[in-house]
Design a protein around this ligand. Structure first.
Ligand SMILES: [Mg+2]
Length: 135
């Protein structure tokens, strides 16, 4: 059985009667703000332990960020796995066809000439999103 974050978080939302949508949807601004606050809290907890640790606490807070991010996607009806796949595709296109990687002096990977930016809008439209929010 898959233990993908999407599946686990869906189980959690069902068990506790939390919002869960299957089509990308703009939600009530209060709900959207609440989800943003939850995620900001968890991100702040990562920042607290990012340098000093301990490592188990960092792992815990990183998992909380991912869990809440998946929950927020579910509340908005976004299939986040598909969005992540699109981000990954774009990131991998930074690699040239000959395997070369352009780097800045500080080591940051640069976008080469074969780079194709992620098209998250297209991913959401494939999931049924209607930009502009015809409900
Ligand atoms: Mg936490």
């Amino acid at each position: 059985m898959s233990s993908s974050p999407a599946r686990l978080v869906r189980e959690f939302h069902r068990a506790f009667g939390l919002d869960a949508r299957t089509t990308p949807t703009e939600v009530d601004p209060r709900l959207a703000a609440h989800r943003g606050e939850l995620l900001a809290e968890e991100a702040a907890e990562v920042a607290e332990v990012a340098v000093e640790g301990p490592l188990d606490r960092l792992a815990h807070e990183l998992a909380d960020v991912v869990y809440v991010a998946y929950g927020t996607a579910l509340v908005h009806g976004i299939d986040l796995d598909e969005v992540i796949a699109e981000i990954h595709r774009a990131n991998m296109s930074k690699l040239g066809p000959d395997g070369t990687v352009a780097r800045r002096a500080d080591g940051k990977v640069l976008k080469g000439e074969h780079y194709r930016a992620p098209d998250v809008s297209a991913v959401l439209r494939r999931q049924g999103w209607i930009p502009g929010g015809a409900a």
